[in-house]
Design a protein around this ligand. Structure first.
Ligand code: FAD
Ligand code: NAP
Length: 337
């Protein structure tokens, strides 16, 4: 383990924006973390934990220590119909998904092709196509920076909610997730509620999809709709879908009958943020070096040389116009540094 000074981050964030870190270290196991944070110097300086850099925007250089989690390894244990799969925090999320799909461990397939690392997945309770991490999460191990101790978080400790958890709120920056355990199943119950999945299965003439079919179909839809960060910088959905009270929704619906919405919990309504942004005229718009993606207005992109600050300011323009037209304040999903 070696701490490197003045480290470039451009290739370590999927927006591809240029920024430097004052210091950078990569971590291969829990012992590395113990050794690093036994030194007061690192315990007391600003820190940022980095996985795949696919959910962050650097708006300036980072004047502290970047801790890049690269802990590897996947193992599993079968108990009856349940399969407990455990992966290191630095495992690439989609490598874990592929491992499970190949072994017919069910439950994770709708989360195919989400970029990033296993360790970051609980942070925002990643979700796609009707499945959230919390549906398959069993527990995780996390290093507490202040004490140098490992704590095991069970599902009920994590405060999971829509694109959120304690790791993104109350305990933000206090723990480093070193490994995550998932409870999957040998019994496959396909989650097919999202329309795009049914449409794609029908196109392929598949009436009874297996785990692999579902993973393939989800991956295909994602590739066709989302920009590949390897060719065009982005961090996926830049904003969360707003969840509003029914009374507010009914008022909006009378002004905008076509508004795309879905029932959420406790009588609240989830509104498609992409629809709101599109209906403010932003879809596919290019502004300087940034813009929104032509197939999905919720995704902000770097057209080449955008700075993080430029992307951030562009996101402010979107927030202002959506608020002016619909009276809804969009919240950023991407972590801003
Ligand atoms: P990073 O961006 O490196 O970090 C994200 C946050 O987690 C930061 O605050 C960081 O400090 C913290 N963090 C990272 N690792 C750890 C750790 N080991 N311990 C503690 N904290 C940590 N997200 C979805 O939910 N659903 C999607 O369908 C989806 N699709 C996407 C599609 C594209 C094209 C892109 C670019 C992004 C998409 N995302 C999606 C967002 C992103 O992929 C996820 O949020 C992913 O979990 C981020 O992982 P990461 O390793 O890149 O995290
Ligand atoms: P989409 O299918 O065009 O749908 C637009 C929005 O409507 C989505 O955000 C989704 O909410 C919601 N939605 C659609 N069908 C729904 C249903 N049957 N029940 C409840 N809500 C429904 O969205 P998309 O942009 O192509 O994304 C597809 C999936 O991948 C979504 O789940 C999305 O969250 C996920 N995704 C996430 C990111 C990210 O960075 N977070 C990036 C790309 C894709 P939800 O977002 O709550 O699912």
């Amino acid at each position: 383990m070696q701490v490197i000074e003045n480290f470039p981050l451009k290739n370590l964030n999927t927006f591809g924006v240029a920024a430097n870190a004052a210091w950078y270290v990569d971590i291969r196991d829990e012992e590395d973390l113990g050794a690093l944070f036994s030194q007061d110097r690192w315990k007391n300086c600003p820190r940022l934990v980095l996985g795949g850099g696919s959910n962050m925007l650097f708006t300036s250089d980072f004047s502290g220590l970047i801790v890049h989690v690269k802990i590897q390894g996947i193992r599993y244990e079968v108990k009856g119909d349940d399969v407990f799969v455990t992966a290191g925090g630095g495992v690439v999320w989609n490598d874990l998904v592929n491992f499970c799909v190949e072994n017919s461990f069910a439950g994770i397939e709708n989360l195919s092709l989400i970029p990033g690392s296993v360790g970051a997945a609980p942070v925002q309770n990643i979700g796609a196509y009707g499945v959230e991490l919390q549906d398959i999460f069993h527990s995780c191990r996390a290093f507490e920076i202040a004490s140098g101790r490992i704590r095991v978080f069970e599902k009920e400790d994590c405060g999971f909610s829509y694109r959120d958890s304690v790791f993104k709120s109350a305990l933000k920056g206090l723990y480093i997730i070193t490994e995550v355990s998932f409870k999957l199943s040998k019994i496959f119950k396909p989650e097919l509620t999202y329309g795009a999945i049914g449409d794609e299965l029908q196109k392929r003439g598949i009436t009874k999809p297996n785990i692999k079919d579902l993973s393939t179909v989800v991956s295909h839809i994602r590739v066709s709709k989302l920009p590949d960060p390897a060719t065009i910088g982005n961090a996926g959905s830049f904003f969360k879908n707003p969840v509003i009270p029914e009374t507010q929704f009914l008022k909006l619906k009378s002004d905008f009958p076509e508004i795309v919405h879905f029932p959420a919990t406790n009588g609240y309504i989830k509104i498609s943020a992409g629809w709101l942004i599109e209906h403010c005229g932003w879809k596919g718009k290019v502004v300087g070096n940034t813009g929104t993606w032509k197939n999905q207005a919720l995704v902000l992109v770097n057209h080449g040389n955008a700075t993080g600050d430029e992307i951030f300011k562009f996101s402010e323009s979107i927030i202002e116009s959506v608020n002016a037209k619909f009276g809804i304040l969009l919240e950023r999903e991407v972590n801003i540094f």
